[in-house]
Design a protein around this ligand. Sequence first.
Ligand code: PEP
Ligand code: MG
Length: 576
Amino acid sequence: MQTIQGLPASPGIAIGPLWVYRPVLLNVTARAVADVAAEWERVQTAVSTAQSQLAALYDRALAEVGAEEAAIFEAHQLFLEDPALLEMIQAAVEGEGINGEMAAYQAAESYAEMLEAMDDEYFQARATDIRDVGRRLVACLLGVSLDSAAMPTQPVVIVAEDLTPSDTVGFDKEKVLGLCTVRGGPTSHTAILARSLGLPAAVSVPLRLNHLPEGEVVVLNGRSGTLTLNPDPDALAEAQAEQQSWLALRSAELAEAQAPAVTTDGHQVEVVANVGSVADAEMALTYGAEGVGLFRTEFLFLDRETLPSEAEQIAGYQGVFAAIDEGGRAKRPLVVRTLDIGGDKEVPYLGFHDEQNPFLGWRAIRMMDERPDVLLTQFRALLQAGVGHDLRIMVPMVSNLDEVRRAKGLLDEARQQLVAEGKPVAESVQFGIMVEVPSAAILAHHIAAEVDFFSIGTNDLTQYTLAVDRTNERVAKLASPFHPAVLHLIKMTIDAAHVQGKWVGVCGEFAGEPAAVPLLLGLGLDEFSMAATAIPTIKRLIRQFSRPQCRDIADHALRLPTTELVAAYLQGQIGG
Ligand code: PEP
Ligand code: MG
């Protein structure tokens, strides 16, 4: 028996024969072409073939998996229409006489590398999508079918180097017990897909694919992120028991997902979702989201050559409102975060420069001085899109009071402009800030008086409090929001807001962490915002505690001196 440790990506236990996925190999070699015009013509034909394949995959994903997965293939089609990508390929073919396959491969690769260099895991994970699209285009140029890879014939635990969206949609879902990849992080496509299908998954599992006992029974544990080869009878029996209780728990959680999260002493907290698109918002409702606690607006700004216009932004925000308000049948809160981009994210039209420490550089709200137009346009678009809805706007990366005042000043300016222009303006819009820089938490008592709410971004708050780069795998172990210093900052923020009668949410990953539930309830958190699929679990846990009980738990946790002690203590409070 051998247990290999990776990273947990989607909870659950899969027990079954191991099956190694081997994608079709594409052999791309460079070759000089004489007739460059004919070669570019060939690339364009391949682009339309790839587009039709993606349209078919879209239909298949929609029928078999759901709207969210299908949306990936819509995005892939858009990548193939992206002038920046096509111009890069055209320049290589027509300018340098490089063959289409090589030009397409290189263009996709350099695009993917650009995404990987960003400081946001979500965008890093999109590099896989670009490589997937590039592969499809190359395959079309080579005349090779990507669907010719061997497929499982019985239910199996799939092990792969990495999985692209096309790979995963290509599998017959009845034959997949769990997914395990050598590469990829917890926000990789494999992880997202596994969570939306409710399949156990582990990623970053250090395996050598050619040395695995194919066909033998293995245990994949998505909660611990491990793969056990040759499990002995005891380990197998234990895994089977754990699997049964997990299945029972998950179906109970899902059955109650639409009910409110009320503590045993009758206190209701708001449980909402983090989204980046209309498709995310639609899916979030099916998991019991009561609204959106963080709408990351970056996607409207990336992958284009000019700023999105006010009208384009209005349409984007209205799409999310329409999704969460179910076409006007409900009025759910939408917390929109203004553009959080910067440093190492290449958005050429915004005038970024290379920086030594992009995390500490010109990003997010710090752009306001040089480019007030960007925030002003976003505010104008939001105020117009928010008419008749529950709109809450927050600004990211605030580190001092002055930024809060200037951002509010711009919001007022946007409102006055719209009134003067006779345009409709949303009433009673809440204004808040993300608390994700330690200085904002420390000064929360001053800032609270000037905002309607705080939303704590524990991902960045942890990074900046502990001086740990959140994208650096070598120091990933240090980046724990259970660190006592982070907990004290969370407490300071909540206390300061409550003294002024303001509400506080958490929209970092910590809100979706089961062991954090009694702690955050005990500290008095009003709103939990998380990845949609975590909502049923978190709601069920909230319903198991009373506030007095949680206050005692929080008091105890805050007296502990190390991350390990805090994490172990809180894990114990939720039963393991
Ligand atoms: C955070 O920092 O916790 C957060 C929610 O924002 P992001 O992960 O987008 O930086
Ligand atoms: Mg952040």
